[in-house]
Structures are given as structure tokens and as C-alpha cells.
Design a protein around this ligand. Structure first.
Ligand code: 3HC
Ligand code: NAI
Length: 699
């Protein structure tokens, strides 16, 4: 089947686009549409036309895979102008999602009819670019300036009903779009063409103050991003300028975005997110186990949040605790979370009750006997975990999947206490577990393929991004984090102030600085962990000052003081003189002459620590691909999407430069923590990137 074909239906041309899977505007489609318009213009038997798509969706946008290659004419800007300039009325018939360039094609049509289930959107901003084929000029003309700004800056999908109310669609139908579109097109023969580009916007209300106000309203959520400001400039142009000049402004801003490193980073993320669920050895044919009921052991910080994920998709959950009061506390936290959502209007009171009705509390292991998946989230102690899994082995039904939410412990050792290690794996959620998108799926030595495949699918069902990791201390995310945290803490003992470290990382784009994160997580967790370790096994220069802070009963936010001071009831960190005095004393004790550090030095040190450990994790086969590591950092650790993740960031620096810097760090700070990863050395020497490595693995 050709990408674009025409059927003549009683003087209405039905132009079909067919380019699976999502009818992206590849060269063949652009060319086909251009030719179709010429054919329609020249054919006297045709009075009007419909552009519709075969397959699961209307055109979902430009072909992102073509972004790396030199552009090939006809460009989309030309194609949409040809459509708009047609003298015969053209109607877009939309089903599925009309996104990006797809919506721009629809906007250049003279009318738009859609299935009521359809959605439209301009998601370019999520790829670091902006609608570059007239979307920033035509959408405000049909949908209104406020609505266009909302759509273009958020990139969100807009339901057909809302789009209709905005004026972006003309008619909705519940079924048989083809027949409805043909009938609609027939009515347009009399109406004639209605060109979006010829519509005008009453600019009087959209003055400088309006746009400045809008800028201020989105400043926090778009911090660090390049494209949103350019999107606003384009909409400003749509208000102030005629179409032609507005389109020129759009082109200029589009080019600026397109050549910015953020666009590459965000396009990398787009494909990385789609790769992550592909696991070598697992295919569509791998059998899955049916998960209809879930058991959770431990109703603490993690257990309750984990349980909510399943109740949210209507699955019954049995929550097991050791004592009634712990169970009651856990369930009441879950209820409070749901009630908070209800207060924000995200759930109805009835839905809160429905979800709470899916919970059963128990203190009896036997009550887990009918669960298909059981997730353990008890204290982080191997002895306790082993006891729990021994008990589980006795009560769980055959084929039940047994998972641990451990952050660091050896899943192989946990699996070994059962008589069914092939049913055991790690499901490492992130706090708050009902909110954070990341789920590390830890494949243990003996985990069966169907167990892994089931959990990869399940992650998606509960709205998580599941990343498969092998077994090692801390898996992908926390293992890298410990390197980063150490270097950030060493930066403090060598001369930076905690708030300077935080500011450097925050300005780099991290959601929070490492010191603020430590205060939020609680400094006592690491402290207690270290008490059970040999001092020779960790970097005491990085931890001794923190231990002293903890010993002053400054455990972080929960005690109202930690690395920072906090005013009563406030979560805003304030630099602490007390802690600074401790840091200075500890530096002196170590004979360190404190020297100030620039933000660039701090960022480089943190990033290189992440990258080097990431390369080790990749080389050891713990992570399947470098882009999976990026997904972990983007979804679990507040890494800025516009930098693409630590491994993509390394690629942008160039691995040779990264390797040389790490070697130089080894000379400066000692090789104990700065041994370059063998894979990094290898790729640097070959002049390759992590992306090349992923490609070579076929990943
Ligand atoms: N170009 C190339 N490939 C695309 C694509 C695109 N625009 N959109 C999706 N794909 C590919 C995916 O990579 C995936 O390929 P794979 O199976 O080989 O991994 C396949 O299509 C299916 O995609 P999903 O797995 O995402 O399928 P879903 O059904 O979950 O979602 C979708 C469908 C909502 C259309 C989603 O794919 C999506 O949001 N796509 C991106 C839409 C977009 O960003 N459009 C704007 C592009 S930029 C643009 O148009 C610029 C213009 O203004 C000039
Ligand atoms: P928590 O201390 O808040 O909760 C643990 C709960 O387990 C308590 O309610 C306790 O009563 C219960 N419990 C203890 N022993 C039990 C047993 N034998 N049977 C049933 N219940 C038992 O701990 P948290 O933070 O929820 O951590 C749980 C697990 O999740 C740990 O392995 C931790 O490493 C991991 N984790 C924690 C994260 C966090 O940010 N808190 C993030 C990711 C993983």
C-alpha cells in the first residue's frame, strides 16, 4: 500500500495516509500529500476532499527518526501551505491522535471532523522543539491564545470534546468517521474554503503584560528549558503579525530550538523510553502470569505507596503487618493520600471509598495464599527479609511471584531461602511509591523469563517506567547515587558550602541539590547503615562530618534540622552556622586547607562520578543499555530531561574528554574512587559513544 492514495467517492476525494505504526510524516507521506493536492486541484470531477488515515491513528507528527538526516523536500511547511491554499475545501478526518505535524496538517485543512475518542496536541516541546509547520500561528487563530499557549507549552493531549469547545474541531462523531467525513465534506462544497491563516486574532487583550504574566506563571515548571520561551515568542508573533511574518518568526525560533543540544537530549529520551521495555530473551511469545491480586508485606513508607499503585488500577490488595497499630497507621496514610487527591479534585469521594474497599489488612501470612504477586517492603535487614521469604515460601500459591522492594540487598541471597528462586525478583519502587514513575525490576540469577516478562508488563499497567537491572549493591540508581553523594560531600569538606553544592546542582537542572535530598531522606538512615560497616569500606572524609551532624540530633527535615536549619513547620532549607562550624572543624582535623569551588567544578565532579559508575554498571551487564541508565536517572533522581540523562550527557561531552578528565581526577584525588570504567576507556579509545555501544548491542 502506498503512503498516500486517493479514492474518488462521488466527487469527494478521500485521501488516505498509511504509514504504520503512527502515520508519521515521513518523506513519502509529505510527497504523497503534495501530489494528492495537485491531483485534486487538476481533477474537475472533484469538488472537495477529506484527508484521513488508515491504521490506529491520524498522523502523529513529523517522523522523529528523520530528524538526524538532512531534510528532504517537500518540507512540511510547504505541504501545509499547499493544503491551505487549495481552492477546493479540504476536511481532516481525525481518529486516534493528531499530534505535532499531524495537527498542523489538520489545521491547514479548511475543516476538521473527529471521532469523539480522538485527541489532538502539539507535543513538540517535549522533544525540545516547537510546532514548526505553522502550529504556533494557526492554533491560536482557531483555538484562542490562552488555549494555544496552554497546549503548546504543556504539550499535553487534548480530548476531542475540549478541542471542539475551543473551536479547534468543527464536529464530533461517535462512529463511522469515514461516512461522517464524506457527508461533512459534501456540505463544505457550498461553504467553500475557510483558511485558518486568514483568520485574525484580536490582539488588544494580548499585550506585553499578558505575555509577561504567562511567562511568570510557567517559570517554575519550565526552569532550564530552552523551547518554552521560544514557543511563547511565536505565539506573540501570531498575535502581532500577519501569517507570513508569523511563520517566518516560527521558522527562526524552530531552527534555534532544533540546533540546541536540548532537542537532541529530549529526542534521545523519547526513544530511550520506548526501548526500555525491550529485554533481550523476552518477547511477545514469552508467557505471562496472570496478576489479579497483590499482597504487600510491610505498611510503612513504601508498602502503603506501593499498594496504592495496584488499588489505582482496581486490583485487590492484601496488606500484611506485624502489629495492628502499624497496619492501622499504614492504612490511614493510604486513606489520607487518597483524600488529599480528592480535595484537589482528582478523585471523587466515591472513588476514594472504592479504592479503600480494595484493601484488606491482615497479620496472618496465610491470608496471602491467594495472591498472584507478593511484594515485601519490610525493614532493610537481610535477616528479616530472609525470614519473610521463608514464611512466604510456605504460604504463597504455586506460580505466585515473590518480590522484594529492597534498596541494596542481594536478591539472589533472598531468593535462595525459598524452594522457588525462579519466582523471585526485585521490584524496587522509589519514594513516594504512589508518585514516582521509576521501577527497577531486578532480575536475579534464577528469575524465570515469564516472571520478568510479567513484571515488565505490569510496570506499564501501573503507570511506571520499568527498567531491568541485574543484581548488585544498590542496583543501577542507588549504586550510582552513592558515588555522586560521596563526591558532593567531599566537595563540602574540601571547601564548598552545602548550599553552594546544592545551588550548583539545582542550577544544572537537578530537581533538588544533594544536601537537600539528604535532609529530606533522613541523615540517620546512612548513619545507621555505616554503624554496621567497616570504616575501611567507605570514604570517612565524606561521612564523618555528616555523622557528627546526626549525633547532634540533626537527622534532617523530620527533626527540624539536619545539614540545614528549618524554621518551625517550614521545609525551606536555611544554611546553618552550627553545621558550618562542624564542617570547618572536620576539614581542619583532616588537614584540608579549605578552598572555594566554582559551580562548574562541583557539577563536573558530580557528573563524572555518575558517568563512571554508570559505565561500570553497563560494562558489567547490570544495565542492558546506556539509555536505560538515563531513564533511571530521569525518572527516579530528578535529572533534567533536557540533558538527556547522565550517559547522554557524557556522549555530548565526548567520551574521550570524559575519560581524560576521570584519569586526571584519579591523579588529583587518588585512584581509590577514580578508576576509569574499563568500558569507558575502551569506547574513548575507539572514538565511540554510549549510543554507539547501545546500537552495537542491538539494544
Ligand atoms: N516519528 C517516528 N516514530 C514515531 C513517532 C514519530 N513522530 N511517534 C511514534 N513513533 C514510533 C515509536 O518510536 C514506536 O516505535 P517502536 O515500536 O519502533 O518503538 C512506535 O511509533 C509506536 O509508538 P508508541 O510506542 O509511543 O505507541 P503508543 O501507542 O503508546 O503512542 C503516540 C502513540 C501517542 C502517537 C506516541 O507514539 C507519541 O506521542 N508519539 C510522538 C508524537 C510527537 O511527538 N509528535 C510530534 C513530532 S515533532 C513534529 O511534529 C514537528 C513538527 O512540528 C514540524
Ligand atoms: P518503614 O520502616 O517505613 O516500613 C517498614 C514496615 O515494615 C514497618 O511498618 C514495619 O512494621 C513493617 N515490618 C517490619 N518487619 C515486618 C515483618 N516481618 N512482617 C511484616 N511487616 C514488617 O520502611 P520503608 O522506608 O517503607 O522501607 C521498606 C523497604 O523499602 C526497605 O527494604 C527499604 O530499603 C526499601 N525502600 C525504601 C525507600 C524509602 O525511600 N524509604 C525507597 C525504596 C526502597
Amino acid at each position: 500500500m502506498t503512503a498516500v492514495s486517493i479514492e474518488n467517492r462521488d466527487n469527494i476525494a478521500l485521501v488516505w495516509v498509511y504509514n504504520p505504526p503512527v502515520n508519521a510524516l515521513s518523506h513519502s507521506v509529505r510527497d504523497g500529500l503534495k501530489n494528492a493536492m495537485r491531483a485534486i486541484a487538476e481533477d474537475d470531477t472533484i469538488d472537495a476532499a477529506v484527508i484521513a488515515c488508515r491504521g490506529r491513528t491520524f498522523i502523529a507528527g513529523a517522523d522523529i527518526r528523520e530528524f538526524g538526516a538532512p531534510p528532504k523536500a517537500p518540507h512540511l511547511t510547504e505541504v501545509v501551505q499547499i493544503i491551505e491554499d487549495m481552492e477546493k475545501p479540504i476536511t481532516a478526518a481525525i481518529h486516534g491522535t493528531a499530534l505535532g505535524g499531524g495537527l498542523e496538517v489538520a489545521l491547514s485543512c479548511h475543516y476538521r471532523i473527529a471521532l469523539s475518542t480522538a485527541k489532538i496536541g502539539l507535543p513538540e516541546v517535549k522533544l525540545g522543539i516547537l510546532p514548526g509547520a505553522g502550529g504556533t500561528q494557526r492554533f491560536p487563530r482557531v483555538a484562542g491564545v490562552e488555549n494555544a499557549l496552554d497546549a503548546i507549552i504543556s504539550g499535553r493531549h487534548i480530548k476531542a470534546k475540549q478541542a471542539l469547545s475551543w473551536g479547534a474541531l468543527d464536529e464530533l462523531v461517535d462512529d463511522d468517521l469515514e461516512a461522517a467525513a464524506l457527508a461533512f465534506a459534501r456540505t463544505t462544497i457550498k461553504k467553500g474554503v475557510r483558511r485558518t491563516g486568514e483568520m485574525t486574532i484580536d490582539g488588544t487583550t494580548y499585550d506585553q503584560a499578558f505575555f509577561d504574566g504567562f511567562r511568570a506563571s510557567i517559570a517554575r515548571r519550565t526552569r532550564g528549558y530552552f523551547a518554552p520561551e521560544r514557543c511563547i515568542r511565536c505565539v506573540e508573533a501570531a498575535v502581532k503579525l500577519p501569517l507570513k511574518e508569523g511563520l517566518e518568526a516560527e521558522r527562526k525560533n524552530f531552527q534555534e530550538c532544533f540546533s540546541n543540544s536540548q532537542a537532541k537530549a529530549m529526542q534521545h529520551v523519547f526513544f530511550a523510553e520506548r526501548q526500555v521495555s525491550r529485554v533481550p530473551g523476552i518477547s511477545k511469545e514469552t508467557p505471562r502470569r496472570e496478576i489479579k491480586k497483590v499482597g504487600i508485606i510491610g505498611a510503612g513508607t513504601m508498602g502503603g505507596g506501593i499498594a496504592m499503585n495496584f488499588a489505582n488500577i482496581g486490583m485487590p490488595v492484601t496488606l500484611l503487618e506485624v502489629q495492628q497499630d502499624a497496619l492501622d497507621r499504614g492504612l490511614s496514610v493510604v486513606r489520607k493520600n487518597y483524600e488529599r487527591s480528592a480535595a484537589k479534585g482528582k478523585l471523587t469521594a466515591e472513588q476514594v471509598e472504592q479504592r479503600m474497599g480494595l484493601f484488606t489488612g491482615t497479620m496472618e501470612y496465610a491470608d496471602l495464599g491467594d495472591c498472584d504477586l507478593i511484594i515485601e517492603a519490610v525493614f532493610e535487614t537481610m535477616d528479616i527479609k530472609k525470614k519473610v521469604f521463608t514464611a512466604l515460601d510456605e504460604v504463597a500459591k504455586p506460580d505466585a511471584i515473590l518480590a522484594s522492594n529492597t534498596s541494596y540487598l542481594d536478591i539472589d541471597a533472598i531468593a535462595a531461602v525459598t524452594n522457588r528462586p525462579s519466582d523471585v525478583l526485585g521490584l524496587h519502587f522509589f519514594s513516594p511509591a504512589n508518585v514516582m514513575r521509576l521501577l527497577e525490576i531486578v532480575r536475579a540469577d534464577k528469575t524465570a523469563d515469564d516472571v520478568l516478562a510479567t513484571c515488565v508488563d505490569l510496570a506499564r499497567k501501573i503507570g511506571k517506567v520499568g527498567v531491568v537491572s541485574g543484581v548488585c549493591h544498590g542496583f543501577i540508581g542507588n549504586r550510582m547515587l552513592s558515588q555522586y553523594a560521596r563526591e558532593m560531600s567531599l566537595s563540602v569538606i574540601e571547601g564548598a558550602m552545602p548550599h553552594e553544592v546544592d545551588k550548583a546542582m539545582y542550577d544544572f537542572g537537578m530537581a533538588m541539590g544533594p544536601m537537600t535530598v539528604s535532609d529530606m531522606a533522613g541523615l540517620d538512615i546512612g548513619y545507621l547503615n555505616r554503624k554496621g560497616m567497616d570504616r575501611a569500606d567507605y570514604e570517612t572524609r565524606a561521612t564523618d562530618w555528616i555523622d557528627r551532624v546526626v549525633e547532634m540530633d540533626r537527622k534532617g527535615l523530620k527533626t527540624g534540622a539536619g545539614i540545614y536549619d528549618y524554621d518551625e513547620g517550614s521545609r525551606t532549607p536555611k544554611p546553618s552556622d552550627t553545621v558550618m562550624a562542624v564542617i570547618e572543624e572536620e576539614s581542619a582535623k583532616l588537614g584540608i586547607e579549605r578552598t572555594p569551588k566554582t559551580a562548574d567544578e562541583i557539577v563536573e565532579r558530580g557528573m563524572l562520578a555518575l558517568i563512571n559508575e554508570g559505565a561500570k554498571i553497563l560494562g558489567e551487564g547490570i544495565a542492558i543499555r546506556a539509555s536505560d541508565i538515563d531513564i533511571v536517572y530521569l525518572n527516579g533522581y530528578g535529572f533534567p530531561p533536557y540533558r538527556g540523562g547522565p550517559m547522554h550527557y557524557a556522549d555530548q561531552m565526548g567520551l574521550k574528554a570524559v575519560y581524560e578528565k576521570i584519569c586526571a581526577y584519579g591523579e588529583k584525588f587518588g585512584e581509590r574512587w577514580w578508576q576509569p570504567a574499563p568500558l569507558l576507556k575502551e569506547l574513548a579509545e575507539k572514538g565511540q559513544s554510549f549510543a554507539d555501544y547501545d546500537k552495537k548491542q542491538g539494544a
